[in-house]
Design a protein around this ligand. Structure first.
Ligand code: PHE
Length: 342
């Protein structure tokens, strides 16, 4: 009995001193003390050798020893479960790290606005390829080879194929629609276009357009004016005035450029309108009979109007962006300013 007691005391020292750094060490501890062939089992087996009158006392001692081993094991096990579940201690109730929200690009915001204004009066959206063939970008639009109007737009040609250009305007999409869709046609064509210009505050080698086309019986210049007037009041507000100046485009006749009363000074004169009170925002006109004929449409039966605007220009006038380059510099200080108007 005395030796059993000594033995137990020795083991108790070992248990008290035990520190577990990892699951493997803890498992070794469990097997050594609490396993099927472990020390606790073994010592309980010795009970049969204890004289009957000392059994009660020995039983209590053994029970206390067993509990000590179990508690030691349980306390480390609890810690182990914790670390296993979460790695370094993490408080899942803390607020998360915020992910900053991006913003839509101002050009996309304005393009969406333009498109939705025209969608409300029955225009549908059409898009086309940015690498375009000569027919859709020029020839079908009443600009045959050597037509001087081709020089109005400095063109990027694709070196491997002389018939291909980077489209200089989205009128090429209108040509594709006239080719494939049946009449009447009412489309708005947004997209990126390219011109061989030196990059500066006022010019860029690529920009964005939204061009519209309406072809039906009895479409008149009055319809064109009214449609564009509706667009201007929706985009710039009810009190905005419009005026049309005669102009020239090969694919429209008559052609016009449309100005609106200056959105900054209201007409009294400022830098945006160069002290004229007016800012030019788009080109337009009645679709040229030659262009209709190019697509097998009889100009005696059908007429149409077309218009084209630069999305950068509309954005500049609406939000006073005074340098075209800002649109493609990806400066978040610029882009974030448009967060409120998404
Ligand atoms: N395509 C012309 C341009 O890019 C704009 C335009 C479109 C003018 C339709 C008249 C009619 O400048």
């Amino acid at each position: 009995m005395a030796s059993l007691q000594e033995q137990i005391q020795q083991y108790e020292q070992e248990i008290i001193a035990f520190q577990s750094a990892n699951a493997a060490e803890l498992e070794d501890f469990r097997i050594r003390f609490l396993g099927a062939k472990g020390i606790v089992k073994q010592i309980f087996g010795e009970m049969k050798n204890v004289p009957a009158d000392q059994r009660k006392e020995a039983g209590q001692m053994l029970n206390a020893f067993k509990i000590l081993a179990e508690e030691k094991y349980d306390s480390f096990k609890a810690q182990q479960v914790d670390t296993k579940a979460s790695g370094p201690l993490v408080d899942h109730t803390l607020p998360g790290t915020p992910l900053p929200l991006g913003t839509r690009h101002p050009l996309r915001v304005v393009e969406n606005k333009i498109v939705s204004i025209f969608e409300r009066i029955g225009f549908s959206v059409a898009t086309g390829p940015e690498i375009e063939d000569d027919w859709h970008n020029f020839t079908s639009l009443n600009m045959p080879e050597h037509h001087p109007a081709r020089d109005m737009q400095d063109t990027f040609y694709v070196s491997t194929n002389p018939d291909w250009v980077l489209r200089t305007h989205t009128s090429s999409t209108q040509a594709r629609i006239l080719e494939t869709e049946s009449l009447p046609i009412r489309v708005i064509c947004p997209g990126r276009v390219y011109r061989n210009e030196t990059i500066s505050a006022r010019a860029h080698c690529f920009f964005h357009q939204c061009e519209g086309l309406y072809v039906d019986k009895n479409v008149s210049f009055a319809d064109l004016k009214q449609t564009l007037y509706y667009f201007v009041t929706e985009m710039f507000g009810e009190n905005t005035k419009v005026r049309f100046r005669p102009s020239y485009f090969p694919f429209t006749e008559p052609s016009a450029e449309m100005d609106i009363s200056c959105t900054v000074c209201g007409g009294s004169g400022c830098n945006l309108c160069k002290h004229t009170g007016w800012v030019e925002i788009l080109g337009c006109g009645m679709v040229h009979p030659n262009m209709l004929r190019n697509f097998g449409i009889d100009p005696e039966v059908y007429t149409g109007f077309a218009f084209g605007m630069g999305v950068e220009r509309i954005t500049q006038v609406k939000y006073q962006v005074n340098d075209l380059r800002m649109y493609s510099q990806n400066d978040v200080r610029f882009l974030r300013q448009f967060q409120a108007i998404q």
